[in-house]
Design a protein. Structure first.
Length: 253
């Protein structure tokens, strides 16, 4: 339980090339952000409460094969960098707005009950109408009455990417995004958010969902908006930038 959970571990692993992170989403995110691991091949063995990276590395029932064999193959994965007023953070998935409030409210109460309770509180109590200006490779988009924005490389359906973008290319150098924008009255935002979840599951890319991609995404909000990356609440921001900064070799099934 220290700021850098992998501090000093490079002295123990020496020239080992393949490292399997046994833990949750946060453990793998920390490994992505740890400089000595940048030239290693990272694999993921899910032991944590979260399941974003679990769903990416082990599609379908492939996790069951781990009991008898380890058919890993290597591939490069783009790593995103989030820059905002208070610093920088490397991640595979980033969320701003109502969905980030869920992570804030979860706190240390992980697991299904914790996430369900936090989601329920966010649904009824948190702000869900933000006026957003988004620059996608310099091209301006304006979204009024926006509930949330997701920027990711990991196509996890809970963050609204998988159902719309399908198989997100792991190393195309692009940031893939989705905005939840209600063109009607803000009083209906929470119920529109539920409808959007259904659209994500059935793969329908239509309003209130707007998908996009670009090499550099700059987002500005008229008021401070909550942000989170990789399951960690980062705070509030009125401007942040997301771009691909490097590639990480990972081991997947």
């Amino acid at each position: 339980r220290k700021k850098n959970m992998y501090s000093g571990i490079e002295k123990k692993i020496g020239k080992v090339k393949n490292i399997i992170i046994a833990g949750g989403d946060g453990s793998f995110e920390s490994a992505l952000a740890y400089t000595p691991f940048a030239k290693k091949r990272l694999g993921f063995f899910p032991f944590g409460a979260g399941n974003a990276y679990y769903s990416y590395f082990y599609k379908g029932n492939r996790f069951n094969y781990l009991r008898s064999r380890f058919p890993f193959h290597e591939m490069p994965l783009d790593v995103l960098e989030v820059s905002w007023e208070k610093g920088k953070f490397q991640t595979g998935l980033f969320v701003a707005g109502l969905d980030a409030e869920v992570i804030r409210l979860v706190g240390n109460k992980h697991g299904f009950v914790g996430y369900f309770s936090a989601g329920w509180q966010a649904f009824w109590k948190c702000k869900s109408d933000y006026n957003i200006t988004c620059l996608i490779d310099g091209k301006k988009k304006t979204w009024k009455n926006c509930m949330a924005v997701t920027l990711a490389k990991i196509p996890y359906f809970g963050y609204g990417i998988r159902g719309l973008a399908g198989e997100v290319p792991p190393n195309d150098g692009q940031v893939h995004g989705l905005a939840y924008v209600n063109s009607h009255f803000s009083l209906s935002n929470r119920f529109i958010r539920l409808w959007a979840l259904i659209l994500v599951h059935i793969g329908q890319a239509k309003p209130p969902l707007f998908s996009f991609s670009g090499k550099k995404i700059v987002v500005k909000s008229e008021v401070p908006i909550p942000i989170q990356a990789g399951g960690e609440f980062l705070g509030l921001s009125q401007k942040f930038t997301v771009k691909v900064v490097r590639k990480q070799n990972v081991l997947v099934i």
